[in-house]
Design a protein around this ligand. Sequence first.
Ligand code: FDA
Length: 392
Amino acid sequence: MKVDVLVIGAGAAGLMCAITAGQRGRHVLVLDHANKPGKKILMSGGGRCNFTNLGVTPAQYLSANPHFCKSALARYTQWDFITLVEKHRIAYHEKELGQLFCDESSKLVVRMLLDECAAAGVRVETSCAVEKVRKTEEGFAVLTAKGEVHADSLVIASGGLSIPSMGATGFGYELARQFGHNVLPTRAGLVPLTLSGKHLEHYQDLAGVALPVAETRVDKRHFRAGLLFTHRGISGPSILQISSYWQPGGDLRVDLSPEQDIGDWLVAQRAARPAAELRNVLGDLLPRRLAQRLCELWLGSKPMRQYRDAELHDTGARLHDWPIVASGTEGYRTAEVTLGGVDTDELSSATMQSKRVPGLYFIGEVVDVTGWLGGYNFQWAWASGHAAGEVA
Ligand code: FDA
C-alpha cells in the first residue's frame, strides 16, 4: 500500500497530526499496535481528560532546549483546541489553575478526534504492529503485521514509556537511533515518590492522609497543591509536579502550611490554649495523625505554655521546610509522562521534521519536551502534531 503520510501511534499527537495533514488533502494512514486509539486520552484526567490549560506558556515545559516548544505552541494554542472542542459541543469546565476537563467523559475527546479523522479522509488501523522501517529513495517502507506500507512522510507519534500496560513502548526512541538521532536519557515524570527504610516505616501507616495545600520545593522550583501519603511514599499533585525536577539523592523540601505563618499561629494558640500540648494544637492545622507523628519523630511535644516565642517560631520554620528523603519514584508503571527523549537539536521547531532524514517527523511525548501536570502535555501533543501535520 502507498500513502502520502504514515503516522505511527494513534494517540493525541498522532491523531492531531493526521487530521491536519488530511485536511490538506494528504492521503494519511495512522497505525497503532494497541487494540483501540487514544487509550491514554481515555484514562486521562480520571476519565475526564484534562485536555488543555488556559495558561499554557513555554515556561511550563521541561526540555534540554527550553525554546524548542515555543514555535509550535504559538501556532496551535489552547484557544485553537478549545474552539475544536466547542465545535463538537463537548461540555467542559475549569477545575483549578486553568485546567480544562470534560464535564462527561474523555471518550468524547477520542470520538471528536476520530470524527475529524473521518472527515479528513484519514484511515486509522489498530492492532497493527510495526516490524521494520527502512528508508527508500522516495520515502519510507514500513513493514507491519498487515503488510508493507510505503509513505512519502513518516511521523513518529508513539509516545513515551509511561504505563506499559496501556501500550507504551520504546519504539520511537529505537527508531530515532536507527536513523542516527540522539536520544536524551529518559526517566519517569509526574510520578509518585517512594520512601524506604526508616523513612517508609515512619510514614507508611499514614497512607491516605492528605494535605489540601502543601508547597514542594527542589532548588528554585516550587509547586503549591495537594499532597498525599501512600503505602509506598508520597504523592498528590504537588509531589507529581516536583517529581519532574527531582533527581535521586536530591534535596526535596515541603512547606506543610504555605498559606499561614505557622510560628505566628502557634504563638497565638499558646495565648488561647496554654495547657494544650503542641501535638494537639498542631492537629488543628495539619491532619491530626501527621501532626502526632511529626511531634513523636521530630518536634517533641509539651504544653504550649512551656514554649518560648523563639521555640514556636523555630517549630514553625521546620514545618515550613520539612525535608523528605525520597528513595526513588514509582517509575513508568504509574508515571504520567516520560522526561527526555528524542533530542530537539536535530528537529525543526517549526515542523518537527528531522534535520537528518527529510520526511521523518517526531511529535508528542517521544520528543524531549515534557509539560507540567494540568493539561500541558496534551497541549504539546496537539501543537506538535499540528505543526507536523501542516507540512508532512
Ligand atoms: P500517546 O501515548 O498518547 O500515544 C502513543 C500511541 O502510540 C499509543 O496509542 C501507543 O499504543 C502507540 N504505540 C506505541 N508504540 C507503538 C508501536 N511500536 N507501534 C505502533 N503503535 C505504537 N496529559 C494531560 O495533558 N492531561 C491529562 O489529564 C493527562 N492525564 C494522564 C493520565 C495518565 C494516567 C497518563 C499515563 C498520562 C496522562 N497525561 C495527561 C499525559 C498524556 O496522556 C500524554 O502526554 C499524551 O498522551 C502524549 O501523547 P502522544 O500522542 O505523544 O502519546
